[in-house]
Design a protein around this ligand. Structure first.
Ligand SMILES: [Zn+2]
Length: 482
């Protein structure tokens, strides 16, 4: 079937899929059909009768799930993909916040966002929060937003500016009129306000919270980041009445019981970026403690300057980190974990429904139910030995499948990827824009700075003394091995 069959207005039916509905009861249909008419899911069932002219997609042998939802992605940084693979959070802060982030021009923000948008879609992410904190001028903000408008996908645009104080940029007339002009309540484009709370007792962030309230925007904030944001920020937010069910706390990895209780009591949720938390040092990935407090969770990739840009990796790293913690804590007490608490089903929920709830989009997306918007992902790859047998569908999504198995992606009823290929995307244009940004940054910074930034020094390491190193056996074994 060719992609040009997907003309606007033509219904689509997925036939004979293993359907993970992610509805309230997590119904699983072993041989399900899902009919899409316009931008909505018109019917979910089996052997459905469909309108004349509907395009049929053979989903047999595949898993049909809701489009995944990423609640925190610094899309503008995607043009620097993989550059900071060996960074710590300190090195990231120095490179982006203090030294070079202010070199990014509006067109560089545009290029990063455009690349990130198709990257997300390609991997089955249909809704992305653009945590866009590199917006030092309105022109940068306009470029970021235009890039989202020019991209397929559902977005929540969360503008911010790490080069200025939140209480200043949020209060500016230009910024507020930019938001008012663009936040039209579209189902394809929602808004949040993105800034962090330092814990300064004077609570200067009050102004930014008041702006958010005035503009009707939820706040998303990096919280519980070791060495950067801490319990004081949470306490100040709470004492001043700015913690709401719409608030998204990113990471929330290093907080006290008191802070977790304040988050739980006010109904907010946490965006877990497990790969990030494992590598950067915000704190141990906190799903284990959030579970203890009953705090809702969603997943995010954070930034592709370091990490994978798909939620398959987010699901498996989260599952792994949670289980690692449980085992280590048990071993410290001389005990053995015989039954894991966190299940694959739960991380699939966080990657879909959890994100929809966190973003206030649960009435629109996040599950496969009649009447919801048609944001769908078919995982099917008949040529892949890792796609059969499918015995435990949640386990298969969380630990077996990957980006290469994303066969079809539908956003708002429109096919964005089919038979493993993006539909209607100008990859060459997006690639040349990203390359132009890289070339500009590399030449502006100079080769030495560029290389030093990508290759941070390795601290001195010392191999521990080992008494066995000096025995005959070791010597002989070493020689034999060589
Ligand atoms: Zn972040």
């Amino acid at each position: 079937m060719s992609a040009d069959q997907f003309t606007d207005g033509r219904p689509i039916v997925f036939r004979d899929a293993l359907v993970l509905t992610m509805d309230d009861s997590h119904d699983v249909l072993p041989h399900g059909d899902v009919l899409v008419v316009g931008d909505r899911i018109a019917e979910v069932g089996s052997a459905l009768t469909v309108p004349d002219g509907a395009v049929e997609i053979d989903a047999s042998g595949g898993i049909l799930m809701p489009g995944m939802i990423d609640t925190h992605r610094h899309m503008w940084q995607t043009a620097m993909r993989g550059y900071g693979a060996d960074w710590t959070l300190t090195q990231y802060f120095v490179w982006y916040y203090l030294e070079y982030g202010n070199h990014f021009r509006p067109q560089d923000i545009y290029a990063g966002n455009a690349l990130s948008a198709i990257d997300a879609l390609d991997s089955g992410v249909t809704t992305t929060v653009d945590w866009s904190h590199g917006l030092r001028t309105i022109e940068h903000a306009e470029a970021a937003l235009q890039s989202l408008r020019d991209s397929a996908g559902r977005f929540v645009f969360a503008p911010g500016n790490i080069f200025g104080a939140p209480w200043e940029w949020s209060a500016s007339a230009d910024f507020q009129s930019f938001i008012r002009a663009n936040d039209t309540g579209s189902d394809m484009l929602r808004f949040q306000l993105a800034f962090d709370v330092t814990g300064d007792p004077a609570f200067p962030e009050r102004t930014a919270f008041e702006v958010a309230r005035e503009l009707g925007l939820p706040v998303t904030t990096h919280a519980g980041v070791w060495g950067a944001t801490n319990d004081d920020g949470i306490r100040l937010m709470h004492e001043n009445g700015f913690m709401t069910p719409e608030t998204v706390y990113v990471h929330a990895a290093t907080l006290s019981t008191d802070s977790y209780q304040r988050i739980a009591a006010t109904g907010g949720s946490v965006s877990l970026s497990t790969e990030s938390e494992q590598s950067c040092g915000q704190g141990y990935p906190p799903s284990w403690v959030l579970r203890e407090h009953g705090i809702p969770m969603s997943l995010s990739v954070d930034t592709s300057v370091w990490f994978s840009s798909d939620l398959f990796t987010a699901m498996r790293s989260t599952l792994g980190a949670d289980r690692s913690w449980e085992h280590v804590k048990a071993h410290e007490k001389g005990e053995t974990v015989t039954h894991s608490h966190l299940r694959a089903e739960q991380v699939v929920d966080w990657a879909t429904r959890g994100g929809a709830k966190a973003l206030g989009l649960d009435d629109l997306v996040g599950s496969i139910e009649k009447g919801k918007k048609a944001d769908l992902v078919l995982l099917k790859n008949d040529g892949s030995p890792s796609m059969f047998p499918i015995l435990n569908p949640y386990g298969h999504v969380a630990l077996q499948a990957g980006r290469a198995d994303v066969h079809t992606v539908v956003v708002d009823g429109k096919v964005a990827k089919h038979e493993g290929k993006l539909v209607g995307e100008d990859l060459a244009r997006i690639r040349s824009q990203a390359e132009e940004t890289v070339e500009y940054l590399r030449s502006t910074l100079g080769d030495d700075v560029w290389q030093a930034g990508m290759n941070p020094e390795i601290p001195e390491t010392k191999v521990l003394d080992n008494p066995y190193m000096y025995t005959e056996f070791r010597t002989e074994a070493t020689h034999t091995a060589i």
